[in-house]
Design a protein around this ligand. Structure first.
Ligand code: AMP
Ligand code: ZN
Ligand code: FE
Ligand code: FE
Length: 287
């Protein structure tokens, strides 16, 4: 791996990753990753730590968020790069994320309540597996691992956490078009994550992708472990036809997923294009 690897999609314990921001940056430095985007689900909580630790580990950090949204009944994860910090009171995205995080807590309580009748899990135990404000099903998975019910997150999702499970509860998320417009209004750059993941039951068609592009989406994450070769080829072509930025990334979750840091990478020109399109006060954190 080159010393200048660029990986624009990673998670920490501020959402459902298992590494702290410092551990993530140390791992990046040890693996020759020169630039990393911090993209925790629905929160900017890790950004301050990134600013603190980037100099220590010599890694450039692109502040980001992976925003959970839905379009036409289909879940869409939208990466927001260099967007205005949602703690800024003028942020358009902020209220969507605050609402989504509050709803994540309520739905997780409800899922745990349902499970508690059959499995050795309760809310008090679950919160010991959460470190940040963005709670997700992986935290329930970790609690089930802790209680010896399953041996890894994958097994927990298959047996108990998928949308077809009786324990599954939805949470409130913004419409994708609203989220994209808010990201654009906040001066950020919207890039769709793992659009055609081989794990999903239904996915956006090309017309729907066109609707997101018309709303201001600027890029497509093409190289991702859940995209097969055929999907990558077609997504790359769509990006080319629409003058969009193409990215590749690991979607690193620490020990929570097998994804290795920088297993897929983004070209320096693509990162430069993201920086060129951003217009918020948020900047790349340079060591
Ligand atoms: P939630 O945010 O509660 O909807 O949970 C979805 C998150 O769980 C995704 O963003 C992934 O990070 C993670 N996830 C989904 N499926 C799996 C799996 N099979 N194994 C581990 N993590 C998963
Ligand atoms: Zn995740
Ligand atoms: Fe995602
Ligand atoms: Fe992700």
């Amino acid at each position: 791996m080159s010393r200048d690897a660029i990986d624009l999609h990673t998670h920490t314990i501020h959402s459902d990753g298992t590494s702290s921001v410092e551990e993530l940056l140390r791992a990046a430095a040890e693996n020759g990753v020169g630039a990393i985007a911090l993209t925790d689900h629905d929160t900017t909580d890790g950004w301050d730590e990134a600013a603190r630790y980037a100099p220590r580990y010599g890694v450039n950090v692109v502040p980001g968020i992976e925003v959970s949204t839905a379009h036409g009944g289909i879940g869409v994860h939208m990466l927001a790069y260099l967007t205005k910090d949602t703690r800024d009171e003028t942020s358009q995205l902020a209220r969507f994320l605050a609402s989504a995080r509050a709803s994540r807590v309520e739905r997780t309580k409800e899922m745990v309540e349902r499970m508690s009748h059959d499995l050795p899990i309760d809310w008090e135990y679950l919160v010991t597996h959460c470190h940040g404000s963005s709670v997700g099903r992986p935290h329930i998975a970790d609690a089930l691992i802790g209680r010896g019910v399953v041996s890894n997150r994958e097994e927990a999702f298959t047996r108990f956490l998928s949308p077809s499970s009786p324990y599954y509860v939805k949470y409130r998320m913004p419409a994708t078009l609203d989220a994209v417009r808010a990201i654009v209004a906040d001066g950020g750059v919207a890039v769709i994550a793992h659009a055609w993941s081989d794990r999903r039951r239904d996915r956006l068609n090309e017309q729907q992708l066109g609707e997101l592009i018309a709303a201001g989406m600027r890029g497509i994450e093409v190289d991702h472990r859940e995209h097969r070769e055929e999907e990558r080829r077609r997504l790359r072509a769509i990006a080319h036809e629409n003058d969009l930025i193409v990215t590749g990334s690991s979607d690193y979750h620490g020990l929570g997923k097998p994804n290795r840091l920088a297993e897929n990478q983004t070209a320096p020109e693509a990162l430069a294009a993201i920086i060129a399109h951003a217009s918020s006060p948020t900047e790349v954190i340079r060591p």
